[in-house]
Design a protein around this ligand. Structure first.
Ligand code: B3K
Ligand code: ZN
Length: 866
């Protein structure tokens, strides 16, 4: 089969739907390989004159169509593998369509499919068309009535959106459930689940005193792993009432966890479907990071009930309307639940690791993209994480009170509608009287602005001048860029480290000078505090100033940032030395600055742990014109060894002090304690001292929680020692029946810097633990290798690239969405030396030349080639 070039869909071509739908009646007769779906819908013309009705459909077997009770013959409509078109329609009509689908054969996990025998759906963005023929676009909103008929023994649980109206036994051991969702919704929020699942229930009483039943459905045997998800859900419901005045709107909220899922979770109205990874946790199987992830994702999906479901997107170009805003909301929630500075730091780390490279490469696109081939390729860090930064900047520019007024106005105006990013910005502007016209360029201009800062102090005039100049480099399809409007938060510190001034500058010109008067002595400036704008800041700080900010800045983010900037500066010098064959120089001042941080008892432990972590290899790579993965790895390892040598005693003492026999708790304070203890342990491991190896091995075996066990295993996985193999074997034996823990076992091996890692990964592909059909397994093994192991992935013999490409092509036939999402690392070819460039390009060409390639993968590979 030749690859069909996918069509480009453009924002400028947006037209309202020709017909709107009032109500959808769906009947599902569930059979594993041949499910029958009857869809009866009431359509009415939307100011269109006798336009044909074009319904989307994919992988459907059409059985019958009838229009107002009359069965249509083949001459009454036309149908191909993408759509069904019916001409000559009245103003208002009822259309009944019967289709047959094959849930068991659905390996794409889009539409209706089976996961370990459970029927479940994933309709965002375009999965509903794989269930029935429909105008599968978010601006067609309807109420839904859903009838599910299934075998009672194998599918005792039958769920859909909204309220359960009826549940009865019928003949032949079948039963039937009827659900009604009173809120009009787009098809992407439709959901159905049927299977043999266990259920854990609780209730939440809303601010107006209504009781909401909460249920979490999981596979039998997992009942003891849902407490944290349930706690998180209740906390999120309460937080949304307190912070945004948003109350839940139905009497029932269901969450179902399935093990085969293309992403993290899905916010279907009152029936969220989740990847088990974001539901199941107990202390001996989940790490602190897993607990935090569950809290964040449970909250994110819950928050979508208002930002996404009650007010949805007019079209998929507006995806960030719901995603950017909901990420902002979940980040704020997590900041209120745990340490705000640490949450901000980890959000910025994600932005820098995933979004900045996207903005700087061939796949750069604006927060509101203007064109796409496959919308599934646009669930990106730009739409989500940069989208959230855009909302955060509005929040900073408007202030909390005005922002809240803007949110209230947004819901007042648009509840029940499908709207645009412009509508959101208009509500913010109208509520605050702050002009966001220029600010909206953040939605349309791709790329990360570079802001250069220069400053000078005039002793005579007692004035401090700060000049900021911004530059936005061209991105694909956008050569000329306008200056952006951004809030830059600054502070001035005197030489004792006291804060003289703090302010948020509203920056809007290409070059602009801000003067601060009555500054009595030369201050040190702290810039872009709290990462107030998602920019690359170029500021000529001396190392002395960076150490000063590390020790004194009152803004914790800026304090951490100073440590990162200092570390980066140092490491890039070491990279150069390595490339020239020169010995590394040890910078005692940096190590002493880290020591001061380590010993500062005013700081939170999780914050100290973050400050002690050097910039990642990936971050360092982004700072280099031509990436040298070997030099980066060597330099970073050497600096870690220097730190470990000089601070060994401190690390050992703190490690011992922080060890605890207390039962595990996921609260922020205990997480901080473990984070710092394990950071100390990882430095202690640098010396290859047998006593330290014994400490690590002991922690691995004696840990009473997965965070500590996994921390020890990660350290061991990089050690050429028998202890590594023993621990890996022990880990698998202990946890082989636990899919989520096996994922960790795969990842830790895929990340190893030891020689032979690619061979290990290749062997693991045929291990009983691995399945290419399960997205979690694919991400844990292949995804982690390609994204998080630069040293081996970019091996100069090209073996990493070839292995990766083979897997992309293998996956493309099974699950194109997952295959396409794996292409990005190859798209970084421009950043490497000629030899690697050629190897990477050749692999991209090999992908494109493959017959029958999916549109999703074609888009990513062709754009990556440029
Ligand atoms: N809205 C879903 C993502 C759907 C992805 C479709 N390819 C989850 C979320 O962002 O909440
Ligand atoms: Zn979302």
């Amino acid at each position: 089969m030749k690859t069909e070039q996918p069509q480009i869909i453009r924002l400028e071509d947006y037209r309202e739907p020709a017909y709107l739908v009032e109500n959808v009646e769906l009947v599902f007769d569930l059979e594993s390989e041949s499910t029958r779906v009857v869809c009866a819908a009431t359509y009415y013309a939307n100011n269109t004159d006798n336009a044909p009705l074009v319904l989307d459909g994919e992988d459907l077997k059409l059985l019958h169509i009838s229009l107002d009770g009359r069965e249509l013959g083949e001459n009454d409509y036309s149908c191909d593998n993408k759509s069904l078109t019916i001409p000559d329609l009245p103003e208002r009509f009822e259309l009944v369509i019967e289709t047959e689908i094959d849930p068991k054969g659905n390996t794409q996990l889009s539409g209706l499919y089976q996961s370990n025998g459970t029927y479940c759906t994933q309709c965002e963005a375009q999965g509903f068309r794989r269930i029935t023929y429909f105008q599968d676009r978010p601006d067609v909103m309807a109420t839904y009535n859903v009838t599910i008929i299934a075998d009672k023994a194998s599918c005792p649980v039958l769920l859909s959106n909204g309220n359960l109206l009826e549940h009865n036994d019928v003949e032949d051991d079948q039963h039937i459930a009827v659900w009604h969702d009173p809120f009009p919704k787009p098809s992407y929020l439709f959901a159905l689940v049927a299977g043999d699942l266990a259920q854990v229930s609780d209730t939440f009483v809303t601010c107006t005193g209504r009781t909401v039943d909460l249920h979490i459905f999981i596979e039998h045997g997992n009942e003891d792993r849902v407490d944290w998800a349930m706690e998180s859900l209740k906390a999120a419901m309460k937080w949304d009432e307190d912070r945004f005045g948003l109350e839940y709107d139905l009497d029932l909220y269901n969450i179902v966890a399935v093990s085969d899922f293309n992403m993290g979770a899905m916010e279907n109205k009152s029936l969220n479907v989740f990847n088990t990874k974001y539901v199941l946790a107990k202390s001996d199987t989940a790490t602190d990071a897993d607990y935090a992830g569950i809290e964040g994702v449970i909250a994110h999906e819950y928050f979508h009930n208002w930002t996404g479901n009650r007010v949805t997107c007019r079209d998929w170009f507006q995806l960030s309307l719901k995603e950017g805003l909901t990420v902002f909301r979940d980040q704020e929630f997590s900041s209120d639940m745990r340490s705000r500075p640490c949450e901000r730091i980890s959000n910025v780390k994600v932005l820098r690791a995933a979004q900045f490279p996207e903005d700087a490469g061939p796949l750069a696109h604006p927060v509101r993209p203007e064109q796409y081939m496959a919308i599934d390729n646009f669930y990106t860090a730009t739409v989500y994480n940069k989208g959230s930064e855009v909302i955060r900047m509005m929040h900073t520019l408007l202030g909390e009170d005005n922002f809240r007024k803007g949110m209230d106005l947004y819901f007042e105006r648009h509840d029940g509608q499908a709207v645009t990013c412009d509508d959101f910005a208009a509500a913010m502007m109208d509520a605050s009287d702050i002009d966001l016209t220029q600010f909206k360029l953040w939605y349309s201009q791709a790329g990360t602005p570079e802001v250069t800062a220069h400053w000078s102090y005039d002793h005579e005039a007692q004035r401090f001048d700060l000049t900021l100049a911004q530059h936005l480099a061209p991105t694909p399809g956008q050569n000329d860029k306008q200056p952006m409007h951004m809030p830059i938060s600054v502070g001035l510190l005197d030489l004792e480290g006291m804060e003289i001034l703090s302010d948020v500058l509203s920056v809007s010109k290409a070059r602009e000078t801000f003067s601060f008067e009555n500054i009595e002595s030369e201050p040190v400036i702290s810039l872009n505090r709290d990462f107030s704008a998602p920019i690359k800041l170029k500021a000529a700080y001396s190392r002395v100033e960076l150490a000063f900010l590390m020790a004194n800045d009152s803004d914790d983010f800026a304090r951490w940032e100073a440590a990162q900037t200092y570390g980066t500066d140092l490491l890039l010098d070491m990279v150069k030395a390595y490339q020239k064959g020169q010995p590394f120089k040890k910078d005692e001042d940096f190590i002493q600055a880290l020591r001061q941080t380590l010993l500062n008892d005013q700081l939170d432990l999780d914050f100290i742990a973050l400050c002690l972590q050097l910039p990642t290899e990936g971050y360092l790579a982004e700072q280099m014109e031509t990436i040298d993965v070997v030099a980066i790895h060597q330099a970073r390892e050497a600096l870690r060894r220097y730190i470990a040598e000089d601070l060994q005693k401190d690390f050992l003492r703190i490690f011992r002090d922080l060890r605890s026999d207390k039962p595990y708790s996921p609260n922020a304070a205990s997480c901080g304690q473990r984070a710092l203890k394990n950071t100390c342990l990882s430095y202690l491991a640098e010396g290859d001292d047998p006593a330290c190896l014994a400490l690590i091995t002991a922690q691995y075996h004696n840990a009473n929680n997965m965070t500590d066990r996994m921390a020890a295993l990660s350290i061991l996985s990089n050690k050429e020692a028998d202890a590594r193999l023993e621990a890996l074997e022990d880990f698998y034996t202990r946890f082989k029946d636990d899919a989520l823990v096996v994922d960790k076992w795969l990842s830790v091996q895929a990340m190893s810097s030891l020689p032979g890692t690619l061979a290990t990964v290749q062997n693991l592909m045929s291990h009983e633990a691995f399945s290419i059909r399960n997205p979690n397994k694919v991400r844990s093994l292949i995804g982690v290798f390609a994204h998080a192991n630069p040293l081996h992935y970019h091996n100069e013999d090209g073996s990493g690239y070839a292995f990766h490409t083979d897997r992309i092509l293998e996956l493309d036939k099974i699950n194109p969405q997952i295959a396409a999402r794996m292409v990005a690392p190859l798209g970084k070819w421009r950043r490497f030396d000629k030899k690697r460039q050629d190897l990477m390009k050749a692999e991209l060409q090999r992908i494109i030349a493959t017959d029958g390639l999916s549109g999703d993968t074609f888009e990513m590979a062709s754009k990556s080639l440029g």
